[in-house]
Design a protein around this ligand. Structure first.
Ligand SMILES: [Zn+2]
Length: 502
């Protein structure tokens, strides 16, 4: 918002005006232009791990022992990142960018006066609603799933999965439902569960509670034999403010920005040190080391809040940018999970060669630059992963902004071929602690973390020097690609991979 507008007014290094010369620090010896090898070499595992210990201490002194969005553990993380950057006031402009979300704070569900364990839903409103329970067939992701069903005065019972739960809630509300009960699509609870989409003011959300798969299937079975079930859903929600941290170099061309980012929050289940303490800290360390150099293009660094609740911080950020501000971002690179214990070096498939999903122009070139790093500089193997919008680069793709990134892997299972390429163990998830309380400092892979951070350093230094090789800005081409991306995302909703995280 306002802060980015004000950055444009700041003189870039070397601006040939008397004012700029007067502002230049007098005794400053001119540092050198950033260069990949030097920035890479400045990355040190001890500095990374020391910060991971600090992140973990923020989680463990927080009530939920996590860094869940807007919790104390998360706020401490945000303040720490902000203060580290603010220690370089000559080099960076930095802001804490506030935005609000409703955090679920309790859900009581009764069915024919029997209490069922209910899980609060982030983004859903508080309320106390009762009515007959009506099961929605299929997955309640399309209006046609509700055809012929009158939900007036009822509570809708829907299955989790395939699309964001916010879509299910909206569709039920449009049919006259008073509340929604969503049952899980797998084992386990729904702690920290979210509707995953900001509310559309035109179709406000109705109270929403999660229940376990077992309870949900039991209710569906009773309804299918004609039993009447009267349900009460009582929910609490707290409106909380959280923050993205956005930093930008004062030096470099402010109209041509390389934007690097990752999310600062964790899930409710644990401290989230790999997901995504690792990416947050890689960015922080690069930001600190970068201050030893000058840049030709401005470097912007963002730490998003609320990724785990549906890419909320990045979505908020992209929404508040006008078209000229969007156009200044030549490339957005996102980093989520940089130190998975059973890692693979994964590059987002920006050119569509492996998964046939291309990003806006520039995304293919970003992938090629990471490939260049792994293959020709580090001399290690790499794989490609779906460019599916599963992390914070998604809202940028939808806005037609070129994007890319790398990751080490989440709940996916390592293949035999990948074991041969990277070591580790085939048949085991890349990170067995993904979204669990075991995602701690002790379970980070140091070798992977250094390699990944150096890969980020390489791309950052390369684009901070020059965007040569990236296609010129062309908003009409970008718009077309972005429409194509939305179509592909529709297709993806049917895939199993998407089902696991909404
Ligand atoms: Zn993550």
């Amino acid at each position: 918002m306002a802060v980015w507008k004000s950055i444009g007014a700041l003189a870039a290094f070397g601006a040939a005006t008397a004012n700029a010369a007067a502002l230049r620090p007098q005794a400053r010896s001119y540092p050198t232009l950033v260069e990949s090898a030097e920035l890479r070499e400045s990355i040190d595992i001890d500095a990374l791990v020391a910060k991971a210990e600090i992140f973990q201490s923020f989680a463990y002194r927080s009530e939920g022992k996590n860094r869940l969005v807007a919790s104390q553990g998360h706020q401490d993380t945000v303040n720490y990142i902000h203060d580290q950057i603010a220690a370089f006031p000559d080099y960076y402009t930095v802001e804490k960018q506030p935005w609000e979300l409703l955090v679920g704070a309790g859900a009581n569900v009764t069915a024919n006066n029997r209490t069922i364990e209910g899980f609060a839903t982030t983004l859903a409103p508080a309320g106390d609603v009762s009515g007959p329970l009506v099961a929605i067939p299929n997955l309640a992701c399309n209006a046609s799933d509700f055809d012929g069903i009158d939900l007036t005065g009822s509570i809708a019972l829907v299955h989790r999965g395939v699309c964001e739960s916010g879509i299910k809630n909206r569709l039920a509300a449009a049919k006259g439902a008073l509340g929604v009960v969503i049952y899980n699509n797998g084992e386990g609870n729904l702690k920290g569960y979210s509707l995953s989409l900001f509310e559309d003011p035109a179709t406000p959300y109705i109270p929403n509670a999660g229940i376990t798969q077992g309870e949900g299937e039991g209710l569906v079975a009773l309804l299918s034999i004609g039993q009447k079930i009267h349900v009460n859903v009582k929910t609490d929600a707290e409106l909380k403010t959280t923050y993205n941290v956005n930093a930008q170099t004062k030096g470099g061309d402010q109209d041509n920005v390389i934007h690097i980012s990752g999310h600062s929050d964790s899930v409710a289940a644990g401290p989230g040190i790999n997901d995504n303490g690792s990416g947050s800290i890689s960015l922080l360390e690069i930001a600190i080391q970068l201050t030893n150099y000058t840049v030709n293009n401005a470097v912007r660094i963002s730490w998003w809040a609320g990724e785990e609740e549906g890419l909320l911080g990045a979505t908020y950020y992209v929404r508040q940018l006008n078209q000229p501000e969007k156009a200044k971002i030549r490339l957005l690179l996102d980093f989520d999970m940089m130190a998975s214990p059973n890692y693979a070096f994964q590059i987002y498939d920006g050119d569509g060669s492996a998964y046939n999903m291309t990003g806006p122009p520039g995304s293919a070139e970003a992938e090629a630059e990471f490939t260049n790093f792994f293959a020709n500089i580090a001399h290690v193997n790499h794989t490609e992963i779906e460019f599916d919008g599963r992390s914070d680069y998604g809202p940028f793709l939808e806005a037609g902004i070129a994007a890319g990134g790398i990751a080490c892997g989440a709940e996916g299972i390592k293949t035999e071929e990948e074991e041969a390429m990277f070591g580790g163990a085939a048949g085991v998830p890349y990170d067995v602690n993904y979204h669990e309380d075991g995602d701690t400092v002790n379970n980070l892979n140091h070798e992977a973390w250094v390699m990944m951070t150096r890969a980020i350093a390489h791309s950052t230094a390369t684009y901070a020097r020059s965007f040569e090789g990236l296609p010129p800005r062309n908003s009409s081409a970008a718009q077309k690609r972005s429409m194509k991306y939305k179509d592909m995302r529709e297709g993806l909703r049917k895939s199993k991979r998407f089902l696991r995280w909404v």
